[in-house]
Design a protein around this ligand. Structure first.
Ligand code: AP5
Length: 303
């Protein structure tokens, strides 16, 4: 399900998906019946073939006969195939890894864009601090009303609002399958609050994009309120006029506010990174989004 808000601070969606699974049975069957090494072994050890080799030496010429695996060798191949099937079945029934990932980076470094791809591939629950705050603003909750003035300036929303919001969300049942936390923690205090709550990610992904690229990305960003897709008027333009006509722009996506958001990021990022150095992987985010994702996919698969 994709949630979008209806205000001018309209955020990106929380997407979900499942990775495709491969069926290995075909290759197992093939290895049981077609394995040339099994056939070679059969030819080597079958008594009839040994007799043929001796006769060949003595009688000079003999037409080659088709190799027929002996029951013993065929039985071994069948047993090996059965063992492979059992291994595949137990791999299939093994519980999915519960990956807990934080994705960080400057404003417009591509966190939301990569989260869409990660969720589609790995089926994690995506939690975006910015989206949670925008939803609270749209609902007009007390927390939302307080958050709005900070978000409008591009400043960090106070911890008393955002920390509980994120911790409560992480406690929801859908997070037991693994989560992808986007845009949190953004300060040393937020990182400490997570650690004190016993919430420890397994991976901290940091998207690295030069500042001069980011402002262009911010001002060109548009969001589709129907399916939540993140577009860019130059880099990822909408596919047709109908989609283009319904796109919205976040009210904090101006050059001036983006400059403040960037400054806030630079003031805080070192302290946050310092808390997660041991599990941190930096990814060059200044490439095509598919290339960025290829690196991220490799990193996550290696977890
Ligand atoms: P939030 O919504 O989290 O904004 P942000 O961190 O500034 O990040 P963005 O959403 O702007 O960018 P992104 O990295 O997701 O990039 P995207 O993929 O969209 O936070 C908003 C506000 O909420 C904050 O300012 C603050 O007030 C408050 N807040 C949030 N978290 C808080 C916290 N923890 N504590 C306190 N306050 C908090 O991409 C951007 C554009 O670039 C798009 O147009 C996209 O199409 C394009 N793009 C993406 N990848 C590429 C690529 N590889 N090449 C070219 N273009 C690309």
């Amino acid at each position: 399900m994709i949630a979008t808000c209806s205000t001018s601070l309209c955020g990106r969606p929380t997407t979900r998906g499942k990775a495709a699974k491969k069926d290995g049975r075909v290759s197992v069957r093939a290895s049981a019946s077609c394995d040339p090494s099994a056939q070679r072994s059969a030819a080597k050890f079958a008594p009839r073939e040994i007799a043929q080799v001796s006769a060949k030496k003595a009688a000079v010429v003999e037409t080659p006969k088709p190799v027929v695996p002996t029951p013993v060798v065929a039985g071994a191949a069948v047993a090996a195939a059965a063992a492979a099937v059992v291994a595949i079945k137990s791999k299939k029934s093994a519980p999915k890894k519960q990956r807990r990932i934080v994705i960080a980076g400057a404003p417009a470094s591509g966190k939301g864009t990569q989260c869409e791809l990660i969720v589609k591939k790995f089926g994690l629950t995506h939690i975006s601090a910015g989206d949670l705050l925008r939803a609270a603003v749209a609902e007009g909750t007390p927390a939302g009303l307080k958050a709005k003035e900070y978000m409008d300036r591009g400043d960090l929303v106070p911890n008393e609002v955002v920390v509980t919001m994120v911790k409560d969300r992480l406690a929801q049942p859908d997070c037991t399958k693994g989560w992808l936390l986007d845009g949190y923690p953004r300060s040393e205090e937020q990182a400490e609050a997570l650690i004190e709550s016993g919430i420890q990610p397994d991976l901290f992904l940091l998207l690295d994009v030069p500042d001069e690229i980011l402002i262009d990305r911010v001002v060109g960003r548009r969001l589709d309120p129907v399916d939540g897709t993140i577009y860019h008027m130059t880099f990822f333009p909408p596919p047709n006029a109908e989609v283009a006509a319904r796109l919205t722009q976040r009210s904090d996506d101006t050059e001036e506010k983006a400059a403040n958001r960037l400054a806030v990021h630079h003031r805080n990022v070192d302290a946050v990174v310092g808390k997660y150095e041991k599990i941190m992987k930096t990814v060059d985010g200044n490439r095509a989004k598919t290339d960025v994702f290829a690196d991220i996919e490799r990193i996550i698969k290696a977890m």
